[in-house]
Design a binder for this molecule. Sequence first.
Ligand code: ZN
Length: 223
Amino acid sequence: MQFTKILSANLGGIPVSLTNDANAAAIGEMTYGAAKGMKNFIMITLGTGVGSGIIIDGKLVYGNDGFAGELGHTTAIRGGRQCNCGLKGCLETYCSAIGVARTAKEWLETRGEASLLRNVENISSKDVYDAAKMGDKLALEIFDYTGTLLGQSFANFVHFSAPEAIVLFGGLARSKEFLTEPILKAMNENLLPAWKNKVKLIYSSLKESDAAILGASALAWDL
Ligand SMILES: [Zn+2]
């Protein structure tokens, strides 16, 4: 029996809808946020992982089993970093907050140049952001690398569903001043002429804590 049916039965027959946080955030964005009125967009959440919600023709894509839109586990680098999911080279192993910290740790070990990050213990993506703010070359290069990998992946996603925009959301999206340029450059370099320089990159206007809750509440209108 479906979980929603069990829950509904236990709530005296009240209709129940269920989705994951990234999908709920996409619906929140479409109903209340930066993607209001858009019928085709891809929401990418850059948090501890990389989540996504795909909207096509005004509808969230669920797929055969309800799990569609695991774009964080598409391959950014073949045979690359080990992901928690068991696969290797997943986008989220490079472009989540944890991925950015991982890049910093890797590069500090394998490269010799000076960096403010050498003084930081247990580096987080926020530390990399703070260092980039202070003009640290290695930190700036980490964002350039992260943005480039994101842009290359976004080009793949655009070829799949022809969105009007990619909407970025989540903690790491706050580093937009360092991510926007490399993302757009890499995305447009890898797009067919039909979409080159046409797909918007926008940042969520909703508060992080709000988007998924608003989206989940909007789901109820379709019950
Ligand atoms: Zn993975």
